[in-house]
Design a protein around this ligand. Sequence first.
Ligand code: UDP
Ligand code: LCN
Length: 750
Amino acid sequence: MSVETTEELDAGSSKVHDSTQKQQDMRLLDSDSPLKISLISLHGLIRAQDCELGRDADTGGQVKYVLELARELAKHPNVSDVEVLTRQIIDSRVSEDYARLEEPISENAKIVRIPFGPKRYLRKEALWPYIEMFIDQTLVHFRRSGLPSIIHGHYADAGLAGAQLARLLHIPFIFTGHSLGRVKKQRLLLGKSDPESLERKYRFRLRTEAEEIALETAAMVVTSTSQEVHDQYELYDHYVPGRMEVIPPGVDLTSFSPPGPEWSTPPIAGEIERFLNDSSKPMILTMARPDERKNLEKLAEVYGQSEQLQELANLVMVMGTRDDLRELPKSQRQVIQNVIYLIDKYDLYGKVAYPKSHVPRDIADLYRVATHGRGVFINPALTEPFGLTLLEAGATGLPIVATNDGGPRDIIANCNNGLLIDPLDGEAIEKALLRVLTEPEQWDQWSRAGIEGTREHYSWKHHADRYLRDLDDILTHATTPTLVERPRERRLPEFDRLIITDLDNTLTGDPEALADFNEMIREHEHVGFGIATGRRLDSAMELIEELGLPTPDLIDTDAGTQLHYGESLAPDLSWRKQIGYAWNPQIIHRTLDEIPGLFLQKNIHQSEFKISYEIDQQLAPSTAKIKKLLREAGVRAKVVLSLGMYLDIIPVRGGSDLSLRHVLWKWGFSPENVLVAGDSGNDAGMLLGRTLGVVVGNYSPELERLRRRPRVYFAKAPHARGILEGIEYYQFLNNIVIPNDRIESTSKER
Ligand code: UDP
Ligand code: LCN
């Protein structure tokens, strides 16, 4: 898909995309400026060799996709390094390989495992509370190893993390969703699941918001099919077709090739034969992670209800590997148990094989066994963004029957190697399978077409060439990141600790405690003192003087949009340079001023990068709705609610989360040496991450959601006394201890 837009994009880049220019202008792809590419893929289990695909719901095609992309990009002469950033996992239930901090993939490509959150293996839905920690740890990694030229986030979790890093560091960002929350939810609801239990299980709200942020930030969205663009990404507020590039993945043709004349029965065939009365019958082969979306139960049911299918073929269901079924996470266990139940219900013993385990090299052999026996591959998923299994089957010469969605549609249109079905229509599934199994000439034609079509349309080399060409466009128009130089040794003079606290109701409210706090700051010369407040700079300085506070070494005002330092209030110039990005106060006023329940605050509360309303929550739309209104008006901005009554609209690159990280990055502070304290919604951003958070006892309800966060201590005492309690809790003035970290590694999250 080509793009005509010249719109400025986030991460300091604008993608002016013209195909002739594309070919000529290879500025950034010349060998003087080799590219360093950071691919982020956070969940599941990733290792360079013998990937455990299908092991659980988080170890599917994305893992293979990211590794093969890394390998291929690293082969390019203009790419110096590719790193896959993922999570370090230390857990006796999984291999020690996932604990290694670095692992080579190939020449110039490696996996870097970043420790964040609990050490144990977590399912992807449990990773959300730890994303800010990943961001902080990755900043440390970048500081050590240098900034990448591009950040590419895969799936919603890494989409959110990558987008935040890109915003902070002004590095262009690429996003690939792999599978989208809104689409999955829609499809599961069609199966009549209850929306609330779906939400509990899949955390769709968090996931789709993360996807929105990733889409909002991305200079390019790499999708695998055009249908994904039109019917799937289209469901999002930040759907900008101009930024979408359809670049399908490839398939490793050295592994996935048809059975040749020398072919002999591989060991995995024996594993399948154990289940079957007559293993000479053709196979109906399916292979998928045991995930509800893959609709495997439907296939078992269709086969169970069809005498004809049972007569003609065996059903072979490869649903990952397992040691002990009871130890699988609940949702995966349920899928497999349901299949076993259906085998029993329809008395399919001797007709259905569901091997307990396989090793990676068995996969290509399995397709070859099925091809050799003139069988068929089926993917009946409720939705399938791409479906690498279909390429694997096609490349091996096995005709396919696949769900009428995303990848399958494109694959069948390109390769003409099988039939599409409606995954909810049992009769249609049966009919399509019967057709493949009973029309031998057609079978030959589909088999040949799959072998040829996959070779013609799906190669990683082709993918990498297009990817790098598009990247070149993005980088050509990107501004140089303001923070590209390695950060200087911190200049916030002589401090090895920093306390940053909100002003109103956190520091203020208990004069006696405030006096104790002031004394503590004055007595500890190694501790820097910062204020982060929603107030304007002038009004914050007035209050600071009135309260007799020490002069802050750092003052972050106007809800994380203005940064100044020391006595002279020297502005942070690199912050100043980027904060106004995509800021459009006129449209915000036009969109929100007349909304019922929103009342503009007085002028003294308004500032250059902050529009503040008072909100009557009974009358006003929800914050989510307000965000939506802004998105619909084409505005990119953050919406922050505080004390249940103040609503600030600020630029996308503002907010105390980003301003705080900017300060730490710029001055080289380690987050463990920074204590942050707050009481209300506009402090939430800065309380997350690896810094040591303190929520004072008089906090407002917006912060309740931080309660289970690691490194956020909820003090019993209110106001400044609460901060002092937090200082004590972390032993912040001496040898810092972080009690909560111990809780992290022992609590049961799975
Ligand atoms: N796979 C596997 N063993 C299994 C199930 C799947 O090795 O039991 C592999 C399969 O060969 C393919 C990938 O996992 O390479 C699945 O990718 P696909 O894109 O089809 O689906 P996803 O899992 O990403 O939704
Ligand atoms: C996730 C999926 O569900 C598959 O359809 C894709 O093939 C895979 O990611 C790789 O993009």
